[in-house]
Design a binder for this molecule. Structure first.
Ligand SMILES: Cc1cc2nc3c(=O)[nH]c(=O)nc-3n(C[C@H](O)[C@H](O)[C@H](O)COP(=O)(O)OP(=O)(O)OC[C@H]3O[C@@H](n4cnc5c(N)ncnc54)[C@H](O)[C@@H]3O)c2cc1C
Length: 419
């Protein structure tokens, strides 16, 4: 297992850190003023992000997450392993990845298009995303069915001549209200008659301005509205050309994996970066504040919280590097267990460390004066989005059971066993 990032990765990370210090952190308060107002999806109010994007792109700090770049596409083309420490830095401000064209859910869509789009689709839909001109969203989850189980999706995608017609409801469709969001990648049923539940679905591209696409009211998450929103979307006889289907009908599951693997590893990297912020704030406050005659960090429980947080962050970072390396070497299928582990470890890490930091800040911790309440909420929401932890755990157990050889453990019993 390789433990340290390459020189190239460290060089780019330093450039990203400088960029964040010079250009992004100074805009953080302004961003929050906009995000907390009803102008959060107003293109003019968000224009300062376009300016930041232009600067980052000019410096080549662009599409760093994306290992599949071609020569004429903007960016560097790093491995997941080299990207991990860089994304950790970008993700210290939850809104900053967009500045570098590295924001969810669009990164997942770009990965999906790289895996499943034909050449014409790549030029039409992927290229504007790589250029940062468009944003996009991903529509899988449905209000009527338990969407942790993706075989449940009911939205229909029916062939009609040269078109497909789509009917259904999706919700929690993040980023669909962003002013630059131009299309959704939707998963629905193309082959309901197939006895194999994993071959009933297909994935199709739907421009948001197609008649019959109705973006309904936004949904607040943890009682807050976000830039890009998480609304419900009604699809009422939506007609798109058959050429918008990605891959073949019935291949939706296989295609979705190409999105989920890298997407979930990014969660881990993000959570490590945000947990570092929470720990840093916790230590600042603990050094600064006195209660019952001692600095807060001199109280044993606070010192334990600081120590425990450092252990957990470093453990998670190691798992993140290991998972990234496994993904680079073995692909999404070969890294499935590690990716599931990292999604759980990362989101639990963020919840644990931000909760400790929040408590050390007392009332201020739950206010909007620090990012801690937002980070705590993010830890919770990321642990549900893209598959709840409860769904990943059985997958990890299944891999362990598959690889386990009981005979190798006979020697550890104190009395003979009948295995
Ligand atoms: C902030 C946010 C943004 C999101 N953005 C998007 C988006 O852009 N696009 C999109 O398509 N979806 C999005 N989602 C939806 C998300 O992917 C789903 O919420 C998730 O897959 C779970 O589906 P569900 O809500 O239907 O929960 P359900 O499937 O109803 O599950 C509810 C709970 O049941 C339990 N459970 C389920 N299965 C098991 C099991 N096998 N073992 C034990 N317990 C289990 C878990 O506790 C789970 O949380 C987003 C969600 C959030 C919170």
């Amino acid at each position: 297992m390789q433990l340290s990032p390459s020189e190239k990765s460290l060089e780019i990370r330093d450039l990203v850190v400088d960029f964040m210090d010079q250009h992004v952190y100074p805009m953080n308060q302004h961003y929050h003023q906009i995000a907390n107002s009803d102008r959060r999806n107003d293109p003019q109010a968000l224009a300062f992000i376009d300016d930041l994007k232009a600067k980052a792109k000019a410096l080549g700090l662009w599409n760093l997450f994306f290992p599949h770049l071609r020569e004429d596409e903007p960016g560097v083309g790093l491995s997941n392993f080299d990207y991990a420490p860089i994304f950790e830095e970008m993700a210290k401000l939850p809104w900053a990845p967009e500045v570098f064209n590295c924001n969810a859910p669009v990164t997942g869509n770009m990965e999906l298009l790289a895996a499943a789009a034909n050449e014409q689709q790549r030029q039409k839909w992927l290229r504007p995303l790589l250029e940062g001109e468009w944003q996009s969203c991903f529509a899988a989850t449905e209000p009527q069915v338990a969407s942790s189980d993706a075989t449940n999706y009911q939205t229909s995608i029916v062939r009609d001549g040269e078109d497909y017609v789509i009917n259904g409801r999706k919700w929690f469709i993040s980023w669909s209200m962003h002013p630059r969001c131009r299309f959704m990648i939707l998963m629905g049923k193309t082959n309901p008659e197939n006895p194999n539940r994993h071959q009933q679905h297909g994935v199709i591209i739907i421009p948001l301005d197609t008649p019959g696409v109705h973006i309904l009211q936004d949904t607040p998450v943890m009682n807050a509205y976000h830039v890009g929103g998480h609304p419900e979307i009604l699809l009422d006889n939506v007609r798109v050309p058959a050429e918008n289907l990605l891959g073949e009908p019935g291949q939706g599951f296989a295609i979705m994996q190409s999105r989920m693997g890298p997407g979930r590893i990014h969660y881990g990297m993000r959570c490590v970066g945000m947990a570092e912020v929470a720990l840093g704030l916790m230590i600042s406050r603990a050094k600064d504040r006195t209660a019952f005659g001692k600095r807060l960090h001199e109280h044993g429980s606070v010192a334990n919280d600081i120590g425990r947080s450092r252990i957990e962050i470093d453990q998670a970072r190691l798992l993140c590097m290991h998972t990234a390396q496994t993904l680079d070497e073995k692909g999404v299928k070969g890294a499935r267990k590690e990716i599931g582990m990292l999604k759980i470890v990362g989101t639990e890490l963020l919840q644990n460390v931000s909760e400790r930091a929040l408590r050390v800040h007392g009332a201020m911790g739950v206010s909007d004066q620090t990012p801690l309440a937002e980070l705590y909420g993010l830890g919770m929401h990321l642990s549900i989005a893209d598959g709840p932890s409860e769904v990943h755990l059985p997958g990890i157990a299944k891999a362990e059971l598959r690889d386990h050889d009981p005979a190798a453990f006979e020697k550890f019993y104190n009395i003979p066993q009948r295995l």
